[in-house]
Design a protein around this ligand. Sequence first.
Ligand code: FRU
Length: 325
Amino acid sequence: MQKTIGTLRKATILLCTLLLSAATVRAADDPAVASKTFTIGMSQCNLGEPWRVQMNAEIAKAAKQHPELKVVFKDAQNDTLKQRAHIEEFVSAGVDLIIVSPKEAAPLTPPVARAVDAKIPVIVLDRRVLGDKYTCFIGADNKAIGKAAGEWILQKLGGKGKVVELKGLMTSTPGQDRNAGFREGIKGSQIEIVFEADMKWLEPDARKEMESALARFDKIDLVYAHNDPGAHGAWLAAKAAGREKNILFVGIDALPHEGVMYVKQGVLTATFQYPTGGAEAIDIALRILKGEKVDKEITLGSRLFTKENVDAGGEPIGSPAPGPK
Ligand code: FRU
């Protein structure tokens, strides 16, 4: 009797082991069971500018390498209220993660905070929200870029000159930082800002503002615009007035088919790269979704493109000066 019970127990254990390993093999074989799929909601503030089209393209390309990711894109068409609603919609839909490139800092802060409260991780890309209620911020250092632009311009103009500053939307953090950094870069010099205006990142607005500047000032040495569309808009205005050859134009973004091309054409004297961070956002999203801990701030690098270095791919900014050997 004892022997029969022992044999029965052994047979049961064997059967259970066989069943378990069969289930494991089936789970591993079937990707739908083995890997969960994740939905990422991507809230883009507008798609009217090439730089943002590029950001979305980089996100889509990076996500395509990961069949477990599905990205739902929403375009707020430069309307803050619409972008707030998009984030609320992502929260109600219960997406697994949100990526947001906000139009303006203050109005987008509460919906991002509500997403975090709802336990949805949020990656803030390029423009910031206020405070630190988000999972991770990815972007280049706009203050450092503005400062590098100021120092470069200072050198280019030999320490003095009349400059027009065409600012990006000043309710967005890159506009504020590119302005503050630039002012720091030219501090104490004889560079005079003769005209400044908020062109809201938009080429047509920059062109209009530059028309006013040209009408008021006979001498303008250089235009510092917070993005390449702004610098190009200013150049168009100067060209229409027959003055583009007497003025230097400096922008930020350095997309290959925009700013870098303008440098090659001699339209811009310089452009500073502002990477979109699209690929990095997907990389970080995957790590968050797998439960890994990520850094709260991820700072991307930047490069300077001028006529002299453009064919060699520009040069990094902020790289430490070579020290003694
Ligand atoms: C596009 C853009 C870029 C700029 C960035 C700053 O909307 O204006 O040209 O570098 O946003 O957030």
